[in-house]
Ligand binder design. Structure first.
Ligand SMILES: Cc1cc2nc3c(=O)[nH]c(=O)nc-3n(C[C@H](O)[C@H](O)[C@H](O)COP(=O)(O)O)c2cc1C
Length: 342
C-alpha cells in the first residue's frame, strides 16, 4: 500500500494549491434535498468511536472537517448485542490494532434503540459541525417504515442509511440477500421519509447488481458497499473460536479487494452514487475506490485503530489531487472504469 501524505505542509504555495481543490461531492443528486458533502470522506457506521456514538473520537472541533459521520445503526428496540468476546484482536476495541490485517467483530448491533437515540443522542450531533447520517436496521419491512416515520422531522441528521446487511443478527431477516425483501424495506422507508436515502448492502451475494437494481427501483438515492463478510478464527491454544458468537464480520484490509469489485460492478449497473467502504486505511486506498467509481468513501476499522485516520486520508486525497493538477475530486471518480465489461 502506498501512503499518500502531505508532501511538505510548510510549503505555502503547495498549501494554497491544495486548498483550491474542490473536494465536494453530491451523494444523493436524485433527492430534492440533495446531500452535498464538503468532501468524500465519511466515518462508517459502528466505528465512530469504540461505542459507535463518538466515545474516544476527537472533541476538538476537527470532526467538522469530515464529509459525514454515520453513528452506529439503531434498531426499533434496544439491543444488548452478542456474547463476549466481540472483537478480534481484542486491542481493536481500544484502537491499538494498527498493523493487524484481520479484524473480526460480532457486536450484534448493541444499541440503545431508536427512541432513545432520537431523544438523547441525535440532538447532540449538530455539535460535530458536519453532515450526520442516521443508520437504521429493522426486522421487517413494516418496522423499517415505522422507524423512518419516527425519524422524519427529528433534529440532528440530514440523511438515512439503511443497514440491510448486518450478518450478526440472529433472528432478523437478512434483507440484503433477497431483492424482494430489500426492495420492500426501502419502499417502506421511502413512503415515510423524504430524506436522502443511502442503502448499505451485504457483500456475500451471488450477483450484487440484482440487489442493487432492486433497491434503486424502490427509491434508494445511493448505495453503500459494503458491510462485512461472515468469517471466523480459531484460538489454537483454547481450541475455541475467538469470538463468543463463533462467527463475526470480517472488516479491514482483507475486505478491500472484495468490496472494491462490488463497487466497480455496481457502478456499471445503476445510475445512483455508490459509496465505497472496506479496508480503507490510507488515501491510496480511498483513491482506488474513487477510481473504481465510488463517489465517496467510508472509513471503518481504520477509525477504530486510529481515531484520526479519516483526517489523514482526507489530507492525502487533497494532496494527490493538487500534486496532479486535478481541480475537482469528481474528476477521478470512475477514472479506472473500463468500457467493456469482462
Ligand atoms: C466494530 C464494528 C461495528 C460495526 N457496526 C456496524 C453497524 O452498526 N452498522 C453498519 O451498517 N455497519 C457496521 N459495521 C461495518 C462497517 O460500517 C463497515 O461497513 C465495515 O467494517 C467495512 O469497512 P472497514 O473495512 O473500513 O472496517 C461495523 C464494523 C465494525 C468493525
Amino acid at each position: 500500500m502506498t501512503s499518500l501524505r502531505r508532501p511538505n505542509s510548510t510549503d505555502a504555495a503547495g498549501e494554497s494549491a491544495a486548498s483550491s481543490v474542490d473536494l465536494s461531492v453530491d451523494v444523493a443528486p436524485g433527492n430534492r434535498r440533495h446531500l452535498r458533502l464538503a468532501n468524500p470522506v465519511m466515518i462508517a457506521s459502528g466505528t465512530f468511536g469504540y461505542d459507535g456514538y463518538g466515545r474516544g473520537m476527537p472533541q476538538d472541533g476537527s470532526l467538522a472537517r469530515l464529509g459525514a459521520i454515520i453513528p452506529k445503526t439503531v434498531t426499533r428496540q434496544p439491543r444488548e448485542g452478542n456474547p463476549e468476546p466481540r472483537w478480534y484482536p481484542a486491542s481493536f476495541r481500544e484502537g491499538r490494532a494498527a498493523g493487524e490485517t484481520t479484524f473480526l467483530n460480532s457486536i450484534g448491533l448493541a444499541n440503545p434503540g431508536i427512541e432513545a437515540a432520537l431523544a438523547q443522542l441525535a440532538p447532540q450531533w449538530a455539535r460535530y459541525g458536519t453532515t450526520v447520517v442516521l443508520s437504521l436496521s429493522g426486522e421487517s419491512a413494516a418496522q423499517f417504515g415505522e422507524m423512518a416515520a419516527l425519524a422524519q422531522g427529528a433534529p440532528g441528521f440530514q440523511a438515512l442509511e439503511l443497514n440491510l446487511s448486518c450478518p450478526n443478527i440472529e433472528n432478523g431477516a437478512h434483507f440484503s440477500h433477497d431483492p424482494k425483501l430489500a426492495a420492500a424495506a426501502v419502499a417502506a422507508v421511502r413512503a415515510n421519509s423524504d430524506l436522502p436515502l443511502l442503502v448499505k448492502l451485504s457483500p456475500n451475494v451471488p450477483d450484487i447488481t440484482v440487489i442493487a437494481r432492486a433497491v434503486v427501483s424502490a427509491g434508494a438515492d445511493a448505495l453503500t458497499l459494503s458491510n462485512t463478510i461472515p468469517a471466523m478464527k480459531i484460538d489454537l491454544g483454547a481450541r475455541r473460536p475467538v469470538l463468543g458468537a463463533v462467527t463475526g464480520g470480517l472488516s479491514g484490509p482483507g475486505l478491500k479487494p472484495v468490496a472494491m469489485a462490488l463497487v466497480y460492478r455496481t457502478v456499471q449497473a445503476v445510475d445512483v452514487p455508490v459509496i465505497g467502504v472496506g479496508g480503507i486505511f490510507t488515501a491510496a486506498d480511498a483513491l482506488e475506490y474513487l477510481m473504481a467509481g465510488a463517489t465517496a468513501v467510508q472509513v471503518g476499522s481504520a477509525t477504530l485503530a486510529d481515531p484520526r485516520a479519516s483526517f489523514t486520508i482526507l489530507d492525502g486525497i487533497r494532496d494527490y489531487l493538487s500534486t496532479h493538477g486535478i481541480a475537482s475530486v469528481r474528476e477521478v471518480v470512475g477514472a479506472a472504469q473500463v468500457k467493456t465489461r469482462k
